[in-house]
Ligand binder design. Sequence first.
Ligand code: BGC
Length: 730
Amino acid sequence: MCSGADFWHLKGVERLGIPSVMVTDGPHGLRKQAEAADHLGINESEKAVCFPAGCATASSFDRNILKKLGETIGQECQAMGISTILGPAINIKRSPLCGRNFEYYSEDPYAASELAASMIQGVQSKNVGTSVKHFLANNQEKRRMTSSSDVDERTLREIYLTAFEGAVKEGKPWTVMNSYNRINGKYVGESKEYLTDILRNEWGFDGCAVSDWGAVNDRVESLKAGLDLEMPSSGGMNDALIVEAVKDGTLDESVVDTACERIIDIIFRYAENRDPDAKLDLREDHETAAAIEEECIVLLKNDDNILPLSKEKKVAFIGKYAESPRYQGGGSSHINSWKVESALEAVKEIAEALLAEAVKTAQEADAAVIFAGLPDNFESEGYDRKHLNMPDCQNTLIEKVAEVQKNVIVVLHNGSPVLMPWKDKVKGIVEAYLGGQAVGRAVVNILYGNVNPSGRLPETFPARLEDTPCYLTYGKGGDHAVYQEGVFVGYRYYTSVDREVLFPFGYGLSYTEFTYSGLKLDKEKMTDQDTLTVTVKVKNTGGRRGKEVVQLYVSPFTGETIRPAVELRGFDKIELEPGEEKEVSFTLDKRAFAYWKEEIHDWYVESGEYQIRIGKNAQDMVLCVPVQVQGTREIPKVYSLNSCLGPLMRDPKAQAVMGAFMGNMSQNTEADEVQKQQELQAENPDAAVSSEMMTAMMEDMPLRQLISFVPGVTREMLQQLIDALNAQKK
Ligand code: BGC
């Protein structure tokens, strides 16, 4: 049972009444292949609805939208006899170059995990399983099957594991798919630490761990680590190795039993809950795909309120994607779409007679809408991008049209950020991402104002590739992907170094205006065991109904550990009528303030002042209030001859012992010297050795140096001091 029956089926056992069930890709529609199966999206699958890809749905920042998407896909699975959909895919967008970013959600782990949990809940509410993937640190396509993601423990915890943690804890996926890559040299599929210790024991995952297709390296080791199901199969070879290992005693039979139990459990969760009435309604689901995309589109620029367009005006729709939009990415997620609705088709009712003429002569129109973006071969599963440019011909087209037409709007169809050398020459920019088969309708509804745009970027659009935090190492390390930027991924980096970007994380405009006020906390001081309730008022001060994504960031207290300038800790999407005001409430707990402390292998809150911020996006904070947070976990300090005087003198528990020691020292101590210098400097501010210099030197001076600089201090005296300090700690 521990491997697939074929490309898409789990093994059944007729004799025992265990059915063989089918799984399919995922994540944004069904890729149900009958024959000629493959995992690269090469051979055709049955017609299905292609919903907006992860890049788009994440920009809705709307848990309900993801839930709705999940429910619809779950319903389709029931109708088509699919037990589990292979998604959502939630790897962190470490670099905008990753070829598969179009499937993934965000550069922010909180956003990714929250949205994934909703999608999972939606699908599973229909008694169909999900497979959250690709666990773990699979952030590039280059050498994805052999490369090792070399990441430190803190970064894994704060960024890469966090994305999956929320999805698993809140979403409770039936299955988790392990990625192809290694982490710090070890295949994820053979890592007990990730597959069992963290996933099951820490997070409570009770489903079945599945390999990515062909990701098994050593089957026996992977089984021991907690990888229950190998997909698709190895033609029986690996199964034979399992049998052999049990026979020769190197594998405990109970490990195989446990894996089988988990697989059978997944089979029956579906088989016992088939919905006999489930029907595939492609027409209705096409409507849902359009409605979802309308919530995802991000308005990036709207100078002179060029949008929404007036139906009375002559508008030229230009560019290949006006007629045949790029609405999905390549690879295993590729859907054989039942229907594709283009913007030209959708706009026909509004401007048909003028259309042919308008496309030919942009300058004769009142405005020109250019449909541009990335072609299929620019971004796909299997390889990464080399640059952030759109094809030259598209950039030229935009520049040329902008020369003859002052009202240019660019609609982008792309799965990941692009550079926009023409940004200042156009008045409007609409980011449609890869918006699914009904993208054309959604775009037209946004352009003409039937829908007020409400998407926000779930990733930063950098100004230059060279500015990206992992630029120096991304895709360059052969079989080693070195995550040298640590936790400074995406906006965590740009905000920390105050780097200008093209469009920041969380950015997006609306046809109305929102004003924030009254940011309040239910307490000014708290411990890390308390929860903090944050409320803020948001008012629609414009003239149209619209939706706002309220974003809460925390600026961590920067004590002894370097931390990002801001981190997203809450978001909510609300709808407001003109003039209407609503209060939005967030609850923050320890994790909103904590970082992962490697020394104790746990989350840790440093005591100090934190800032609670409400932002229009990661670079535009509109309100801020401080809160004092007291960390409750004490980490005993162990002092040695190499402990420096500065931190020692600041440790309140060490002060009494240090005071006594200093008092006993001979007259001419460094401390006396500092004081002497301070007095001297007060008289002579230009003195060569200033008191600041003396203080700085003392700050970083290890205890052992006192032997050299303070007459009379001996090693024995210092050892007694250290013993006294360490005894104090206990
Ligand atoms: C992809 C997975 C996909 C699987 C099955 C793999 O190559 O990485 O995301 O689910 O194939 O098609």
